[in-house]
Design a protein around this ligand. Structure first.
Ligand SMILES: [Zn+2]
Length: 132
């Protein structure tokens, strides 16, 4: 029988807590961006009524650029959000912090930095070398 290395329940609970905190802050940030995007859109539509068409066209250019930046940010944030959710799932199914290549325990520092890591640094490096 293989003695699989694992993080203790206490450690996992700590990881879970910090991942959940990260999830919350990402969710808050996304809410903020959404609000900004909504405000921009609302501001725009009220302007359509009061302003001369050509002036509005000029403004719309800047606004859509700002909005696009917001959307890009949203995409990045929601990717990160998904990774954190995966990390939580891995805590639930017991695969969290275990390298899926060599079955070794991934160091704690790495897991706090990259909670969604599924490979240890050595295996990741080896993989890079193979690709090069
Ligand atoms: Zn490994």
């Amino acid at each position: 029988m293989s003695t699989q290395k694992k993080y203790s329940k206490t450690k996992l609970a700590q990881f879970k807590k910090s991942i959940e905190a990260k999830l919350n802050s990402v969710a808050n940030e996304m809410d903020d961006i959404k609000e900004t995007l909504d405000t921009n859109t609302r501001g725009n539509s009220s302007m359509v009524q009061d302003s001369v068409y050509s002036v509005h066209m000029a403004d719309a250019g800047t606004d859509s650029y700002e909005r696009e930046k917001g959307f890009h940010f949203m995409n990045r944030e929601s990717d990160y959000y998904k990774y954190l959710v995966f990390a939580l799932q891995r805590i639930e199914d017991g695969s969290f912090g275990i390298c899926k290549i060599c079955d070794d325990l991934i160091p704690e520092e790495r897991m706090s930095e990259v909670p969604n890591a599924t490979k240890c640094v050595q295996c990741k490096e080896k993989e890079k070398l193979n690709l090069a």
